[in-house]
Design a binder for this molecule. Structure first.
Ligand code: FES
Length: 356
């Protein structure tokens, strides 16, 4: 507080003043209203029907247990539905059924626990209104032992220890609720060995190289110097898991001057007249390598900028990828169309898997 020349008292910023002195209040000054409404206190306690009638109390206990048991049923239903209605590739209705039944089961499991707990608290636990005054964060020894007493009393009044049917059904419901999540997480792991999956693509001896997305076969004469073709295997449209196969089999086709290519001795026959084919799936984490710089003969992955040198068997010259793009050996058939000599000789795509 500061005294003015008249001996009066002005409010300093942050101090509390009576509401009768508003002219001296500076911004931020708390105003203590002198006409605050009196605390009306708690209304008189009204016992519930379950407090007065032991029969109603038993009925309420049975309802709570039923809800917890319903929660167990919901969780088990979710697991069974996940197994009975699996998601089948290319069948949209299977996704709808799987998610619908899974959702119903998990919702039933969670909602039943919630309603059961609320019903238990409202009808069977102590209904006395209580007021707890604020106190220091860490209580005295007496306060702490009183807290233990309160917990014991709450245990006694809620019947958690005594009402074994409710307690056990609640424990069962809580144990069953996370089970669907465990089943779902388990399915995140690949069903088959990822190395085998990535090793096997649609490419095999004689498969024609066709343009993505129309499936038009490509003649060697159509691939001009400096051009790049996005390629899929012939017959991709006919397979059931088209997207999965495309994700593994996509290839980039480029033509360079034969003298610009520097193949290993055992790969000299893998190109046709300067035309080379490499997997389009980046060996870092699997993005499509879609950018070709025809002046430098570099392929660039747009995700993390891994750069591959086409003249040097797509060796990594920059970026996080750890191995070259796999090469597809190619040649031409009797009609001049480009065909694969064989499949890839190594797994395509990301190389973070343990490789065989
Ligand atoms: S996915 Fe190609 S660089 Fe990361």
């Amino acid at each position: 507080m500061a005294h003015d020349d008249d001996g009066g008292t002005n409010a300093a910023a942050g101090s509390a003043i009576e509401k009768s002195e508003p002219p001296q209040a500076s911004p931020g000054t708390a105003i203590v209203a002198s006409d605050a409404i009196a605390n009306p206190g708690l209304p008189p306690h009204r016992p519930r029907v379950t407090d007065l009638d032991p029969k109603k109390q038993k009925q309420a206990a049975r309802r709570v247990s039923t809800l917890f048991l319903l929660s167990i049923v919901g969780s088990v239903f979710a697991i069974v539905a996940y197994i009975v209605f699996p998601i089948r590739p290319g069948v949209p209705s299977s996704i709808r059924l799987n998610t619908m039944f899974l959702g119903i089961g998990i919702a039933l499991g969670l909602v039943s626990i919630g309603i059961g707990a609320i019903y238990w608290a409202k009808n069977l636990m102590s209904g006395e209104e209580m007021v707890e005054s604020r106190h220091l964060t860490r209580g005295t020894v007496e306060t702490r032992s009183r807290a233990v007493e309160i917990f014991q009393q709450a245990n006694e009044e809620s019947g958690f220890g005594r009402r074994t049917l409710i307690r056990n059904s609640l424990i069962g419901a809580l144990v069953a609720t996370p089970l669907p999540a465990i089943v779902l997480f388990r399915d995140l792991a690949p069903a088959a060995n990822p190395v085998t999956l990535l090793e096997e693509t649609m490419w095999k001896k004689g498969t024609r190289l066709t343009q993505d997305p129309f499936g038009t076969p490509i003649k060697a004469a159509d691939v001009t110097l400096g051009s790049v073709f996005h390629v899929i295997p012939e017959g991709l449209d006919q397979v059931s898991d088209k997207l999965e196969e495309k994700a593994k089999s996509a290839v980039l086709l480029m033509r360079l001057l034969p003298q610009d290519l520097h193949p290993q001795p055992d790969r000299e026959s893998w190109a046709y007249d300067g035309i080379v084919a490499y997997s389009k799936i980046c060996t870092h984490v699997g993005c499509p390598v879609a950018l070709y710089e025809q002046q430098t003969h570099h392929l660039l992955c747009p995700c993390h900028q891994s750069t591959f040198d086409v003249t040097n068997q797509c060796a990594v010259i920059f970026g996080p990828a750890k191995r070259p793009l796999p090469q597809l050996p190619i040649t031409v058939d009797s009609e001049g169309y480009l065909i694969a000599q064989s499949g890839f000789h190594e797994p395509v795509g990301p190389s973070f898997w343990e490789r065989s």
